[in-house]
Every structure is written in C-alpha cells, then in structure tokens.
Design a protein around this ligand. Structure first.
Ligand code: CP
Length: 476
C-alpha cells in the first residue's frame, strides 16, 4: 500500500522545528555553493532541475516585490514553472470569489501555493481548504515566516550565532508581521531581544505573551541594562536551562544575566501605512549618526524592505549594511523551502515536525465568542461560510477563559460560559468549564450571551430547591 504523506504548510515560523530550519539552511548553503554566481557570492546564478515538471502558484492579494519575485525566481532556478495572480482586481476575487474556493481551485493547478493577504490568519484558513502546501507570504499583521527564514539565514551567513546575540528591533513592532515571526524565532534560538519601538507601536500584547508562555523568553528588569542601552524599551532573554524559567507568567522573574552592551544586530522596519492611520512624528530613523556609538561598531543592519525613509540611504555603502544581501538570500532560502515541501522522499511531508508548543485543547463552535481582532480573516464577510470560531484554550486568568484564535493567533477573553443545548449561561468558572464539551459555548460577556438568545442560569441553591420539587430550574 502506498505510504500516506503528511500535508505540511508554512503559515507560521512555528510550523518548522529548529532542526527543520537548520536543515533548510544547510540546503540553502549547498544551493549557494553549487549554483552561486562566482562573482557575487550571495546571488544564485545558475539553475538546477530538482523541481522540473512542478508548478508554483503565487496568489497575491497585496503588493509585493521581493516575496513574489524571489519565490518565482526560486521556482524557475529549480527548473519548475510559475503561475501567478498578482492583483486581486484582475482575478475572480473582483467578482466576489472567496479565498477558500480560490485555494481549492488553485490546488488543482499547482503543486505549492504562496499566498499574501491583507487579513491576519488568511494563510491558516487557506491551509484548511488547500490540498497542496500553502506558504504564507505575509498575512495582515500576523506573520511572514519566509522573511524570517531569510533574516536568520542572513545572520548565519554573517557568522552571527543566535544564542545570546543582542538583537535590537526598531520601528513599527505592532503592525510589522516580519517582526512577529522574527521575535518568535529569536526566542526559540536563544537570542536576546531588544525592543526599540516607535512611540505607541510596541509589540502586540499577545506576541509579548507568547514570547514568555510558548518560547520561554523572560523580560529583564530595566535597571540591568538602562545605563548602557537607554533607548531599549524592553529586553527579553531566553535562559539556557529550563529550571531558570519562571513558573508563572506575569511574575517578575529573577533573570540573573549579564547583558553585554554591544548591539550585534539592528533590525529596522518601516511604518506599516497600509494598516494604521498615521505614523508618530518621531518615528525612529537609523542613520550614520545613530550607529556612531562604539556599541554599534560590529552591528549588522537588517531591513526586510521596502524602506520608506527610516533607513538612511547613506548607509548603503557601510560594511554593516546587509539588507540587500538579506533580500538576495530570498532566492536560495525559498529554493530550499520549495525543495523540502515538494520532495516526497526526504522532504517535510515525511515528518510531523513544527515547533512543540505547550499542549492545548481546541474550542470549536459556530456560535458564541468571536475573535477580538477586527482584521482577522474570520471577520471577512466573504469567508463567513468557511470559518468557525476556533480557539486554543490558554490557562484561565482569574474569572476569564483566555482563548487564542487558531487563525490569527491573537487573544480573546471569555467571561461567560454557556450550554448550547439548554441555551443558558453563567459566569465563567475555571473548575466547571476547563474541559469544554461539544455543548460548551463561550461568550465575551453576559450581554453577548443574552443577545444570542441565551438565559442566565439560576444560582445552584435555587436549582437544587427546584430540582427537589421536580421542576426544571433554568429558564428557556
Ligand atoms: N520583505 C517583503 O516582504 O517585501 P515585499 O513586500 O516586497 O514582498
């Protein structure tokens, strides 16, 4: 009997384990060695035939230069071919076709699909309906995992070991999907993450929470680094040994580490004007003056590009500027990824893989609480028949059940738990509702439950009295 292969997608950097990322980089190194341009070492200059007869589809609902062109170049360099829908105005999206239907159809036309979409969590929805691997080429403000692969590969090529590397991330940390994938990976590989956000553009709360809860990063008290690095807003380190981890999130841990003052990497991001109304007037600008201090003398300056003024062009000739090489590595990195996704003998489809996150129960309902993120794909009116209210159940926080959206991975809180059959609800009680049954339904508030036609359950004492009289205790 033919062996059944797994369908592996790349919707988040956490869909790959650390070992799988290392393996992909070894492959990208080999591709550069075998197919590199002899005069320009970071450029692929020759072609192979490992993807001959295979097709890559680019479905881009948002503008792109690097991601789409480097994926298509990568496929051509592997001997494969591309089909491309680069503008939703010229595809059947303009007639109102859903993403779910589009990827079901495109799965019959291609062997792998790269998707870029303005909605957070779109790649996860696409993965539910596709029958070929979906690669997230950037979904809203959620993640951009292949950009992170390029970023990490660039640091590898610059001989920068990630463990204890001081990496400063600057700019729009709230809306930049490249940053969200990047900081998860930095924590997983043990780098020190130094946050230097533009005013009001810090990491989203759920991303900061995941650094601690899922990846073991710990915030360092400001007093430990403020003298040398006053511009750093927050600093996370990942202790080497698990016993150094604090047991509960939110408790200031005793992080006893010595932080070097040298900054090894400055990762610059632009203001995401497509997602927010206006940038702050004092948006950080990285230029020769900024990098003048001795602590930046050996730094590598990275930027996912495009840049729009936050990274001075006068730095382009500086030995520390690596952003154009970073963009060039998009080709060998994406070649290696395509090979690993398409190779049925030795590729990712052989293994379950992915980063081992804490085990969590799935809550999945058609009705009840909805994702709190207004830009999540679940709120796209076109997709309403294709999405469910699916959440990973996080540890409860006092009187609320914390829920993480399966699609966009942002967090929502339920203060009320109901019963779908009896159509009644009560305040959330961790001991009663920790294990949801198919009839458990969460609501954000009592008002939401009432609006959905649920009635408040009578207190236990009244139910018991009514039960003794053989009456139905709860209102219908
Ligand atoms: N870095 C990046 O995603 O660039 P594009 O938007 O041009 O694809």
């Amino acid at each position: 009997m033919a062996e059944r292969l797994l369908l592996r997608h790349l919707t988040s950097i956490n869909d790959l384990s650390n070992a799988e990322i290392e393996r992909l980089f070894e492959r990208a190194d080999r591709l550069l060695a075998e197919l590199g341009d002899p005069l320009i070492p970071h450029r692929i200059g020759k072609s192979a035939a490992t993807a001959r007869g295979r097709i890559l589809a680019s479905l881009f609902y948002e503008p792109s230069t690097r991601t789409r062109l480097s994926f298509e170049s990568a496929m051509l360099r592997l001997g494969g071919q591309n089909i491309s829908s680069a503008d939703p105005a010229t595809s059947s999206v303009a007639k109102g076709e859903t993403l779910a239907d589009t990827v079901r159809v495109a799965s019959n036309y291609a062997d792998v699909i790269v998707l870029r979409h303005p909605r957070d969590g779109a790649a996860r929805l696409a993965a539910e309906y596709a029958s070929v691997p979906i690669v997230n080429g950037g979904d809203g403000a959620h993640e951009h995992p292949t950009q992170t692969l390029c970023d990490l590969f660039t640091l590898r090529r610059e001989n920068k070991q990630l463990r204890s590397l001081n990496v400063a991330v600057s700019g729009d940390l709230r809306g930049s999907r490249t940053i969200h994938s990047f900081v998860y990976a930095l924590a997983r590989f043990g780098a020190n993450i130094m946050l230097m956000p533009a005013k009001g553009m810090g990491l989203p709360a759920h991303v900061a929470a995941r650094l601690e809860e899922d990846f073991g990063a710990r915030p360092v008290p400001r007093a430990k680094y403020v003298r040398e690095n006053a511009a750093v807003d927050a600093l996370y380190v990942t202790p080497d040994k698990p016993h150094q981890l604090s047991l509960s999130v939110g408790v200031e841990p005793e992080v006893d580490v010595k932080i070097r003052k040298e900054i090894d990497v400055v990762y610059v991001t632009r203001f995401q004007k497509e997602r927010w109304a206006e940038a702050s007037a004092d948006y950080p600008k990285i230029d020769a003056k900024f990098l003048k201090q001795r602590k930046y003398s050996e730094t590598s300056v990275l930027h996912p590009l495009p840049r729009v003024g936050e990274l001075d062009v006068s730095l382009d000739g500086d030995r520390r500027a690596v952003y154009f090489r970073q963009a060039a590595y998009g080709v060998p990195v994406r070649m290696a990824l395509i090979e690993l996704l398409l190779d049925s003998e030795h590729g990712l489809a052989r293994y379950d893989g992915g980063f081992a996150e804490p085990p969590r129960r799935l809550y999945d309902q058609l009705v009840g609480i909805r994702c709190a993120n207004a830009n999540c794909i679940v709120h796209d009116p076109l997709e309403r028949h294709y999405v469910r209210n699916k959440f990973w159940m996080l540890p409860a926080a006092g009187a609320v059940q914390r829920l993480r959206c399966v699609y966009c991975e942002s967090d929502t809180e339920a203060a009320v738990a109901g019963n779908l059959k009896r159509r009644e609800f009560a305040a959330f009680a961790p001991d009663e509702t920790a294990t949801p049954t198919p009839t458990t339904v969460f609501f954000h508030s009592a008002g939401d439950a009432v609006a959905a036609g649920f009635s408040e359950r009578a207190p236990a004492s009244r139910r018991n009295r009514a039960g003794a009289r053989g009456k139905v205790a709860h209102p219908r």
